[in-house]
Structures are given as C-alpha cells and as structure tokens.
Ligand binder design. Structure first.
Ligand code: G3H
Ligand code: 13P
Ligand code: ZN
Length: 355
C-alpha cells in the first residue's frame, strides 16, 4: 500500500471523531512494535522521525524501513512524518526521502532553542506549506512554545525545546492568533501549546487545569473547528513504567505525564494527532533493565529486545484503543501524493482548514 499523507489521515480522523497517536521511531524494533499493535486492532499509523532519529538511523535506512513495514503490513495505512523540522532544508530533504508529511516548527528559530517572532513563524511555515503542497505532502505548523506552566521551562530531555524562562503568553497558544496563523500559512494541522513539554518530567503533581490548560484547546477549537489540532509532549509517563524502571535499578524521580483521560478530552475538541515518544522509550528501557536484573548472564540482544518490543506494542495498542484509532485502517482508501497535489492545486483541499 502507498504511504498515506497526514492530511488525508487526519481528515478521516476528524470525520469519524478519533485521533491518531504519532509515535517516534529510531530503529526497526520500534517500527515493528507499532505496526504489530496497529495490525492487531486495525489502526492507521503515524510514524515520525526527529532530526535526531534521522541522524541516528540515516535517511536511507528510515526510508527503506518504512517501505518494508508497509510491505509487511499492507492493510495498515502508514504516514511517515518529520517531527520538529527546524528549517526548509530539513523539511524538503525529508520529503525527498519518502516522508509524506513534515512539521515545520517555526515557534523556535532554526537552533530549536530560541523562541521566534510570530512574523518569522508565519513566513517560514508558509514557504514550506506552499512547496510541500505542490508535491502533495502535508504540513504541520506550531504556534506557541512547549514548556511547563509550573516552572516556565521546557523539559530537560528535549530533542527540541526553548532555553531560558518563558512566560504564560508564550506557553499558551492564543486562539485568535491561531486562526490568523492557519489562514495565512495554510497548514494541514496545527500544534498548540497548553502546558505540556517533551520528556518524562512534565509535571511535579498530577496535572489540573492550572498546569495543563486543556481549556485553551477548547477555545482554539471553537475558533477554528475544522483545523486538525496536534498535542505534543503527550506521553502519560505511566506509573507502572516508572516502577518497572525503578524496581530494576533505575533512578527516575517521581514524575507525572499527561493523563490519557485529558487527551481523550482534547480529542473531543479537535485534537487529531497525539505525539508520543517518551512512553515508548520507557516501555523498552524498563524491559531492558528487567532482563538485565533477572538474568545478569544474558548477552543475546534479542533476549532484551523481544520483551521490550512486547512492552511497547502493548502501550501502542492501548493508545490506539483509547484514542478511537482502532477499527479505522480498513475504512481508508489511501490517496497517493500525486492526487493530494492535484487537490491542493485545484483548491479542493486548502479551504477546509481555513474555516
Ligand atoms: O521532539 C522530541 C522527540 O521526543 C524526539 O526526541 O530528538 O531525542 O529524537 P529526539
Ligand atoms: P513526549 O516526550 O511526551 O513523548 O512527546 C513527544 C513529542 O512531542 C515529539 O514531538
Ligand atoms: Zn514534539
């Protein structure tokens, strides 16, 4: 099956009131875990690679790996997405290597540390959208800076994240500005900031509305109801995985992530893509530690990787089920990128996000 674009997948999700988890991958084992879970519940998939993942695995490896996964799981639509593209070059080289979708994260400058101006964000995102749409690829933009409303800081483990203290105006997406941004940039999906941050250390207590501002998402959705919203930093950092790590020699301080029920609330307000990396890392690492603790004489990597894949597969399946993604893979007839390009060029596609 041809790879699906983000736009086609999220349009289907919106029409059918569900969201799709976007899992980060760096290697074959993570890809297999996601696809096994998806196959077991008939869920379409978003696989995303950060710039770090592209450096780690290499573009040729990632490109062939995703094609191999599509061949192995022909009934599952797979969207291949660039996570946190920092400039035009990153986005266009991703498309050249088979990605069907890119995130142009203009909320930060290309160093991915310095918060940008609104004008810079509009300009660079519009440029990427215009070119990407010519070849049918989708674009996710970001407005607002990810980071903690408790501390004003971005997460410690960020692959991308602002440096220094941020104020609430920067950490919460402004609904009126969101409407302006979408109409100017013509993005297919909009990542918003509502108090989540990347990594494991998001909240020092179970989050309430003061530190996880789901109400902001609801306000944005009421302004631009047809725009597909994206929640970054959406790992739940489950207690059972913290325990698995810490009971096997880990030293993770107690922490709290985004409760799945809050994500479900977001899905009722237009959230269609939910970014998850940390939970998958914790699932795999927890099992590595368990095997190393229980069988210290073991040295066959497969003995570590098989349970690690199973732990990650279980986590992915749970998110597919909770987000309503399950049961939808077989309902989608994938449109090739050429057809998406044609629809952008005739104007059939863009007006949908303009509300
Ligand atoms: O953007 C954050 C993702 O968790 C990717 O992290 O840059 O370490 O691959 P990474
Ligand atoms: P987590 O660190 O919460 O998994 O977020 C991942 C993410 O947003 C990738 O873009
Ligand atoms: Zn992110």
């Amino acid at each position: 099956m041809a790879l699906i674009t983000l736009r086609q997948l999220l349009d289907h999700a919106a029409e059918n009131s569900y969201a799709v988890p976007a899992f980060n991958i760096n290697n074959m084992e993570q890809g297999l875990s996601i696809l096994k879970a998806a196959q077991s519940v008939d869920a379409p998939v978003i696989i995303q690679a950060s710039r770090g993942a592209r450096t780690y695995a290499g573009d040729i490896m990632l490109n062939h790996m995703v094609k191999a996964l599509a061949e192995m799981y022909p009934s599952i639509p797979i969207c291949m997405h660039q996570d946190h593209g920092n400039n035009e070059a990153t986005c266009f080289s991703a498309i050249k290597h088979g990605f069907t979708s890119v995130m142009m994260d203009g909320s930060l400058l290309a160093d991915m540390k310095t918060p940008s101006t609104y004008e810079y964000n509009v300009e660079i995102t519009s440029k990427v959208t215009e070119s990407a749409h010519h070849v049918g690829a989708s674009v996710e933009g970001e407005l607002g800076v990810l980071g903690s409303l408790e501390t004003g800081e971005a997460g410690e483990e960020d692959g991308s994240g602002a440096e220094g203290k941020l104020d609430h105006d920067q950490l919460l997406t402004d609904p009126d500005q969101a409407a302006d941004f979408v109409s100017k940039t013509r993005v297919d999906a909009l990542a918003i900031a509502c108090g989540t941050s990347h990594g494991a250390y998001k909240f020092s207590r179970k989050p309430d509305g003061d530190i996880l501002a789901m109400s902001v998402i609801e306000k944005i959705h009421s302004k631009i109801p047809d725009t597909h919203l994206v929640m970054h930093g959406s790992s739940s950092v489950p207690q059972y995985l913290q325990d698995l790590i810490n009971q096997n020699g880990g030293e993770m301080p107690q922490t709290y992530g985004v409760p799945v029920e809050e994500i479900e609330r977001g899905i009722r307000s237009g959230v269609r893509k939910v970014n998850i990396d940390t939970d998958c890392r914790m699932a795999m690492t927890g099992q590595f530690r368990k095997i190393a603790t229980e069988t210290p004489n073991e040295f066959d990597p497969r003995k570590f990787l098989i349970p690690a894949m199973k732990e990650m597969e279980d986590l992915c399946r749970d998110r597919f089920e909770r987000f309503g993604t399950s049961g939808n893979a077989s309902k989608i007839i994938v449109q090739p990128m050429e057809e998406m390009a044609r629809q952008y060029s005739t104007g059939e596609l863009n007006p949908k996000t303009l509300n």
